[in-house]
Design a protein around this ligand. Structure first.
Ligand SMILES: [Fe+2]
Length: 166
């Protein structure tokens, strides 16, 4: 996979601090050219792209994103990691228990990710590389529900097909 190669070839100075992750900015113009989904998505909702790197034995604790309502993620490579969503937000501030479900990422597959549901990542072994698309629109303009509905309605795909038929 080309993205994995790009991650391995990148110099340490290419990685920038992004919240508590390390991020490698990706030139998505090249990605879009080779990928109809990314192209159509960008046309509907422009975004920036980057690879998030997580070192072994590190975690990203439970949180809701400040800015992002929704993102599109793709796991590039990992050893053993888990991405979890809380089943329901516990209203008790001192609650230390709760239920979760796991987003069982398959490598090379795009996922619409609801950044407004509490989530966490635990990386046990191996460096974890995840492609993430950050939309220019923030949570007030674009959210998980609206984006997934657009996808189900096939709005972008129809536009792509009609363009291709001209
Ligand atoms: Fe997050």
């Amino acid at each position: 996979m080309k993205l994995y190669l790009a991650c391995q070839m990148a110099k340490d100075s290419d990685w920038v601090k992004y919240y508590n992750f390390e991020l490698l900015p990706i030139n998505h113009e090249t990605l879009r050219k080779a990928d109809g989904f990314l192209k159509a998505l960008y046309h509907a909702h422009p975004y920036e792209a980057g690879v998030i790197r997580l070192q072994p034995n590190t975690y990203y604790d439970w949180h809701v994103d400040d800015r992002r309502g929704v993102s599109v993620n793709m796991l590039i490579n990992h050893g053993h990691s888990h991405c979890l969503f809380k089943k329901s937000s516990n209203t008790l501030e001192d609650a230390v228990t709760g239920e979760f479900y796991e987003l069982n990422y398959q490598r090379g597959i795009y996922y619409f990710f609801n950044n407004q549901v509490e989530h966490s990542v635990y990386n046990y072994e191996g460096v974890r590389y995840l492609l993430t698309l950050e939309f220019h629109e923030d949570k007030d303009k674009l959210n998980f529900k609206s984006l997934t509905e657009e996808w189900r309605n096939g709005r972008w795909r129809k536009r792509q097909q009609s363009k291709a038929n001209k």
